[in-house]
Ligand binder design. Structure first.
Ligand code: HPA
Length: 285
C-alpha cells in the first residue's frame, strides 16, 4: 500500500467511526472564490459539516473568501458533499496535499465531481459575469498531482487525458443553462501557480497556446479525480478580463469577489438545476 492510500484510509475511517459522514455522496462539489455561499443557499439542504481544521493533517485555506469545510447536503434527490473553500498550491501546499480533499470525497463514494472557480477571461468574446463550461485544460505549468508511486487501486500509472470533462455532464449543463436563459460559453482553462496575476505578455502567450480562461485552481483537482475514474464537469465564472485583454485595467482579489457576489443568484440557479438534472443511472457501474 502506498503512503498516499494509507493516509487517505486513515482519514476516511477516522471520520467514519466518529459518525462525521452522514451519507455516501453521489456528487462532490467544489465551490470556488466568492462562490462558497451556495452551501448556505435555500437550494442546498444542509445535513452536516466538517471544518477542515478538525481533520488531522488536512490543508486549511488561508485566503479571504475561502471558508474551509466540507458541507453535506441534499439538492433535490442528490446527496452532495461540498467543499466550501479549497486550498491552493500558492498557499505553499504540495500538489498532492491540494488534491487530498478530492480524493477523500471520492473515497466517501462520490462518482461525479463539479469543479467551480473564478477565472480571468482571455477569450475576447467573454465578459465579466459570464459562465464558461470547461471543455479541456492545460496543466503544463503545474506539477502533476500523479507524480510519485502510483496507487493502482486509484487508477493506472499513465492515465489517458483525452477526455477529462465528461461530454454527458457538459450536455446536461448546456441544457440547464438554455432553460435558464444563461448564455453559457465553452472554453479551455489553464492553471498557473499564482498567487500573482499574469502580465499582459503572459496572457498573450497563453492565448496563443489555446487558453480561453486562466486561474489558479481546478486542473490538478480534475487530473486527480480523472485518475480515480470520476465523471467531471467544470464551471468557470469570468470575474475579470485577464491582464492586458482590456488595457489599463488593474486586477485585484476584491474585483474577483465583487463579480462573484453579483453572479451569485445565477450561479445558484445554474448549479442547482445541473445537480438536479444529472442522470445517475449508468455512472461508473
Ligand atoms: N488570473 C488568474 N486567476 C484568476 C484571475 C486572473 O485574471 N481572475 C480570477 N482568478
Amino acid at each position: 500500500m502506498t503512503d498516499l492510500k494509507r493516509e487517505l484510509e486513515y482519514k476516511y475511517f477516522d471520520l467514519k467511526v466518529n459518525n462525521r459522514i452522514p451519507f455516501e455522496p453521489d456528487i462532490a462539489l467544489v465551490l470556488g472564490s466568492g462562490l462558497g455561499d451556495y452551501a448556505d443557499s435555500e437550494a442546498f439542504i444542509k445535513v452536516a459539516e466538517i471544518p477542515y481544521s478538525e481533520i488531522e493533517g488536512f490543508p486549511v485555506s488561508t485566503v479571504s473568501g475561502h471558508d474551509g469545510r466540507f458541507v453535506f447536503g441534499m439538492v433535490g434527490d442528490k446527496k452532495v458533499v461540498c467543499m466550501k473553500g479549497r486550498v491552493h498550491y500558492y498557499e505553499g501546499y504540495t500538489v498532492d496535499k491540494v488534491v487530498l480533499p478530492i480524493r477523500l470525497m471520492r473515497r466517501m463514494g462520490a462518482k461525479i465531481l463539479l469543479l467551480t472557480n473564478a477565472a480571468g477571461g482571455i477569450n475576447p468574446t467573454y465578459r465579466p459575469g459570464d459562465f464558461v463550461s470547461i471543455s479541456d485544460h492545460i496543466s503544463s505549468f503545474m506539477p502533476s498531482p500523479l507524480i510519485g508511486p502510483n496507487e493502482d487501486s486509484f487508477g493506472v500509472r499513465f492515465p489517458d487525458m483525452s477526455l477529462v470533462y465528461s461530454e454527458m455532464l457538459r450536455d446536461t449543463l448546456k441544457g440547464c443553462a438554455k432553460e435558464l436563459e444563461i448564455d453559457l460559453k465553452e472554453g479551455v482553462y489553464v492553471q498557473l501557480t499564482g498567487p500573482n496575476y499574469e502580465t499582459p505578455a503572459e496572457i498573450r502567450m497563453l492565448s496563443r497556446l489555446g487558453a480561453d480562461l486562466v486561474g489558479m485552481s481546478t486542473v490538478i483537482e480534475a487530473m486527480a479525480a480523472h485518475h480515480m475514474g470520476m465523471e467531471i464537469c467544470g464551471i468557470s465564472l469570468v470575474t475579470n478580463m485577464a491582464s492586458g485583454v482590456i488595457s489599463g485595467a488593474v486586477l485585484s482579489h476584491e474585483e474577483v469577489k465583487e463579480t462573484a457576489a453579483v453572479a451569485k443568484e445565477r450561479f445558484t440557479a445554474l448549479v442547482t438545476s445541473f445537480l438536479r438534472s444529472i442522470p445517475m443511472s449508468g455512472i461508473m457501474e
